[in-house]
Write a protein that binds this ligand. Sequence first.
Ligand code: F3S
Ligand code: F3S
Ligand code: ZN
Length: 118
Amino acid sequence: MGIDPDFERDRSVVEEHDGHDVWGPVDEPERLGVHGTHVAVDFDACVGDGACLRDCPVDVFDWVETPGHPASEVKADPAREDACIDCMLCVDVCPVDAIDVDASRVRRFAADGGPESE
Ligand code: F3S
Ligand code: F3S
Ligand code: ZN
């Protein structure tokens, strides 16, 4: 199953990873949640295909290792989601629909790591 495009309504932010939000539930190593907000990757859906890393024109993604996850032991992390130019290539090329991109979604954690005021 691919990413839930309504994850912003259905999930809540449980932690921050490398400057972006992580939407729970998280129960490592089997359940990793959704990483990113503008560029969101469902780590539980991602099978480590790599097309998104290869095709993104502005290099938004980095590999992160996720040992013990049932779908794959590497995931595409939206490490530079602020650089995204909304070309939607990653959304189109992911074979398991693990990525959703929406520039109107606003990150919950501030750049300094503290929570944004709502
Ligand atoms: Fe890259 Fe996907 Fe944005 S390919 S530019 S992260 S829409
Ligand atoms: Fe994962 Fe899809 Fe990228 S499977 S590595 S999010 S192309
Ligand atoms: Zn992450």
